[in-house]
Design a protein around this ligand. Structure first.
Ligand code: C2E
Ligand code: MG
Ligand code: MG
Length: 710
């Protein structure tokens, strides 16, 4: 699935990647994915990878050979297999500060900016590791420099070297008074003082945040030769009182016949600090709204819960979800949706206190954390304030939008002791709020225990539902991508319950499976779908194959094959017009059994497709032995098809299916862009909201009658 030629065995590649510390936080399968997705580049000696000043859009991992990093004609360092370079431009999005070229024949793995975002920005630990490597690297370069300069310019000679490198400023001070006694000219340039002025100053005056006692201890340890060199970070103050972060390196100078003096090398680390901030920003903040993200929220939650326990206080968690956000996003586009999210977060932020946190969890979901509560009444009032803030009209471009939101609230420690439970309960309460009619809030109550209640209600009513005729089949057309014509339809069950309202299959199929009601239900679906198909055909509509979903419980039921034979006979549907959809996981449970059942079904002449394909991607070999007609590519790959992984998987599935004489059908196609992409891949059919949602039988009949092309 690699989208480039490989110059190095995948085993060796994996070995090398494993040794790289910044990748050590990734799961092995993630590393494998990264290795497969990334481009390999083979370089002849002297090939330039990038020049100083180039725009950087990738970082590189050395797999083989040796790479030189240089500034102008000065060599900075060399990179051997197992090291990486070029990441600075990705983090800071600024031109390259150095050039890179191959010394010997070399092989690199290129990590694109998109990949970097995808893999690293979501992994704070990996980002922190990059940061550490970076500062270690800059330290290494500067230490190398400092020591070589020190040997050339012996400090014992009282010569202050004029360094123009990383350590621009060099000063000498008196360890008792901290008074400066020497300084190079660059120290004057950087601080804005004249040499005379600097000599009037003490180290503490130049670095006012330094603790004199601590500095004293440091000097003692140098004078007593306990440590040869001490380095620390502090803040320097210029003559105009502006400040800059600096790294100081202190060494003892022992003039032959006078008192000890201390030499200090100072490096302005503004850039490094900025980089650290960028990284922190990427790891802990949402890039769209600038709000804390899930990572930072988790940290803050942990702190808030610990403090609350200690002080006998409470913490409120508000789970907020915008109402109708999807409709706005779908009808006005993502940009409008993004702007709306930004405006919403601004409005809410205004209401909160400094110690409260609002975090974006992704999509249109926000969490508000209110620590240190003594009175929980405050929470309800706050929720009302938030609702009031979000209700007034939003102006997005030329549109005036009204959005409400639904809020669910859970309280520590009343509704849970752990972060996970509290978040889950606030989520449940939020759903309750939505049910109550949106733009409202709901406190979690133990009695609510939504899931359990819903489950009980579903189970209780499910038993009566078949007898009471509460089920209905909807149909969703499948479109031939080349011709645009309807190539088939999938029967999807709906339950219209007088007690529960319209219930979707994902909510009741699992329960029907557990209670084995699915056997009867499945039979009803099969019979109804086949009857309907024949009825349409008898009415003169074009013969159209119908597909029916089979649950694992049905699939392994001993009567399955005879039952289907019976339905074929009873309804007189030609077997090739019936298709059974089985999920990949069904096949993987008991392969031998699955193969024998599938062979029998296929002998009946019916068609078989694998549903939601790609989600259990591990073993593909077994497919070769199965009588399969269709692979249905799972929606998740189509939804974000422009992610490189997903498009690669989709391509692979189509190619695989073609090589095995199977047809492919893509699920969840919602945009023209996706359709175009699938058409280019020669995917056979597609199904999704772009063409039609699942529709009641009468509408499907109309659609077949008009012979509409899509
Ligand atoms: P499935 O077989 O993968 O069906 C496709 C699901 O995707 C359907 O959800 C369909 O409404 C939805 N869908 C279709 N096009 C789009 C689109 O463009 N975007 C999005 N976001 N969704 C789309 P539905 O009807 O809720 O069914 C869910 C699952 O429930 C089905 O997944 C299937 O596994 C199961 N199911 C449905 N009917 C039956 C049935 O009669 N028997 C059994 N055993 N399972 C069923
Ligand atoms: Mg299906
Ligand atoms: Mg599916």
């Amino acid at each position: 699935m690699s989208n480039s030629t490989s110059f190095i065995s995948s085993d060796k590649k994996k070995e090398i990647l494993k040794t790289i510390d910044i990748l050590s936080f990734f799961h092995e399968s993630t590393l494998e994915r990264l290795a497969q997705e990334s481009k390999e580049i083979s370089l002849k000696p002297e090939t330039v990878i990038f020049n100083e000043g180039d725009e950087g859009s990738a970082m590189y991992i050395v797999l083989d050979g040796e790479i030189l990093i240089y500034q102008g004609d000065k060599l900075l360092t060399n990179m051997l297999p197992g090291t990486f370079f070029g990441e600075m431009s990705l983090i800071e999005s600024r031109p390259r500060t150095a050039g890179a070229r191959a010394l010997v024949p070399s092989v690199l793995l290129e990590i694109s900016e998109t990949q970097f975002q995808e893999y690293f920005a979501t992994q704070p630990k990996a980002l922190m590791a990059i940061m550490k490597t970076l500062s270690a690297r800059s330290r290494k370069i500067s230490t190398g420099l400092a020591s070589s300069t020190a040997s050339k310019n012996d400090p014992a000679q009282n010569v202050i070297p004029s360094l123009d490198e990383h350590y621009r400023e060099v000063l000498v001070f008196q360890p008792k008074t901290f008074q400066f006694i020497k300084a190079n000219s660059l120290a004057c340039v950087d601080t804005g003082f004249t040499p005379d002025e600097i000599m009037q100053k003490t180290f503490i005056e130049l670095a006012p945040t330094l603790d004199p006692q601590k500095l004293s201890r440091i000097c003692d340890s140098l004078i007593n030769k306990i440590r040869p060199m001490v380095s620390f970070e502090t803040t320097f103050q210029r003559k105009d009182e502006s400040t800059y972060p600096a790294e100081c390196k202190l060494q003892l100078v022992e003039p032959k016949d006078s008192l000890s003096e201390i030499l200090v090398w100072v490096q302005d680390i503004t850039e490094r600090k900025q980089m650290e901030n960028t990284i922190r920003q990427m790891a802990y903040y949402d890039s769209l709204t600038g709000l804390p993200n899930r990572n930072l929220l988790n940290d803050r939650l942990a702190v808030a819960l610990a403090n609350a326990t200690r002080n006998n206080e409470k913490v409120a968690i508000l789970f907020l979800d915008l109402d109708h956000f999807k409709t706005i996003n779908d009808s006005l586009g993502h940009e409008a949706g993004d702007q709306l999210l930004q405006q919403v977060s601004l409005r809410i932020k205004e209401i909160l206190r400094k110690q409260d946190t609002i975090a974006r969890m992704g999509g249109d979901e926000f969490i508000i954390l209110i620590p240190g509560l003594t009175d929980t009444d405050h929470t309800a009032k706050l929720a009302e304030k938030i609702l009031d803030a979000v209700t007034p009209v939003f102006k997005i471009g030329d549109n005036e939008l009204y959005v409400g939101c639904s809020i669910g609230i859970s309280i520590f420690p009343d509704d849970g002791m752990e972060i996970k439970t509290l978040l889950k309960n606030s989520d449940l309460a939020m759903y309750r709020a939505k049910e109550k009619g949106r733009n409202t809030f709901q406190l979690y109550t133990p009695a609510m225990n939504f899931k359990a209640m819903e489950r009980l209600a579903v189970e209780k009513n499910l038993r009566k539902a078949l007898d009471r005729n509460e089920f209905e089949l909807y149909y969703q057309p499948k479109i031939n991508l080349k011709s645009g014509q309807i190539a088939g339809m999938e029967a999807l069950i709906r339950w219209d319950s007088p007690e529960l309202g319209l219930v979707m299959p994902n909510q009741f199929i699992p329960i029907a499976e557990e209670t084995r009601l699915i056997i009867q239900l499945g039979h009803w679906v099969l019979l109804t779908a086949c009857r309907q198909t024949i009825q349409w055909q008898d009415a003169g509509l074009p013969p159209t194959p119908v597909s029916v979903n089979l649950s694992v419980v049905q699939f392994t039921h001993p009567n399955l094959v005879s039952e289907i034979g019976q339905v074929l006979k009873q309804t007189k549907i030609p077997p090739y017009q019936l298709e059974l959809e089985i999920t990949e996981s069904v096949l993987m449970q008991d392969t031998t059994l699955a193969v024998s059942i599938l062979k029998k079904l296929s002998a009946l002449g019916i068609k078989i497709s694998i549903d939601d394909f790609g989600t259990g991607f591990s073993s593909l070999n077994y497919l070769k032995n199965l009588p399969m007609d269709y692979l249905k590519i799972d929606q998740t790959f189509i939804k974000d098809f422009n992610l490189r992984t997903n498009s690669a998987i989709t391509k692979a599935i189509v190619t695989l299916a073609q090589s095995m004489d199977m047809k492919t059908i893509a699920e969840g196609v919602e945009t023209e862009e996706q359709r175009k992409f699938l058409n280019e891949l020669n995917c056979d059919e597609a199904q999704g909201y772009l063409f039609s949602k699942p529709i009641p039988k009468d509408e499907m009949g109309e659609l077949l009658k008009t012979g509409k092309k899509f």
